[in-house]
Design a protein around this ligand. Sequence first.
Ligand code: SF4
Length: 331
Amino acid sequence: MARDSLRDGHGRLIEDLRLSVTDRCNLRCAYCMPAEGLPWLAREEVLSFEELARVVALLAQMGVVDVRLTGGEPLVRRDLPVLVAMLRRIGELRELSLTTNGLLLERDAPALVAAGVDRFNVSLDSVDRERYAELTRRDALPRVMCGLRRLAEVGCPGPIKVNAVALRGYTEREVLPLAEFARQGRFEVRFIEFMPLDADRAWQRERVLTGAEVRAAIDAVHPLVEEPREPSATARTFRFADGRGRIGFVNPVSEPFCGDCNRIRLTADGHLRTCLFSLNETDLRTPLRAGADDDELEQIVRAAVWRKELKHRVDEPGFIQPERTMSAIGG
Ligand code: SF4
């Protein structure tokens, strides 16, 4: 059943849902969480596959047709391909993508692609084993590389993107090795500016290595040509002038892209976030479990989205970091 499309109070059409299926993760990236991890949600707090699929189906009827599965680390959620298959049966769904740290990708890539994942984003902040372990606190680079190779073998309809968080004082030495990795042509590397969503609350503006700086370092060695920006895209994408691959830059801090934002998020415990940096959330789990019908849920969603923030205020005086951290939002 089609419903009216979903718009926010600024007239922006909402078409993209970032769906966190767990807050748990099998890595301990220093820019995200402490070495000891975080207190995880209790199982009963996390939405079941049926609840997740019901909310996605309702949102898809309102035109939210692109869904990205995130975490924590989504592949630590047992039987994830079952959820993928359930979502794939939602007729209105256009694209189903997944963001993963790749540790379990070699095991799960065939089943995920068979179940219906169109494209993948794999987090990879370094291609050097020691430096990867230094940042993620896990000696897991070989597993990620095996996962990427397995995914490339299996093949998926869309691009395989590799996301590297750009941190001043760390990433400068990774820029050219990651650019070379992109030039191999099978994976599109994207550098993402460090955002104030870390559990240690240690983010500082000075620690942001900007997209412009990373791009300049690459362009000096391998000239880049910018490609037209897709509407609502988060990345500025470039191809290497010599035709060997593509590379992207997601610059939420230095070049915010909020003007045509079409995204909302649902946390693993059923809270709707209208912006990555929202200070408020709307609880959908309680009405969902209290027997609300789809029309009632629709009204709750519309009211929340109508109040969607115009933009983030990261670089503004008085910016307040959200209570919920990146690992519990899912990017
Ligand atoms: S910061 Fe918020 S408004 Fe800006 S692009 Fe991200 S989700 Fe959209």
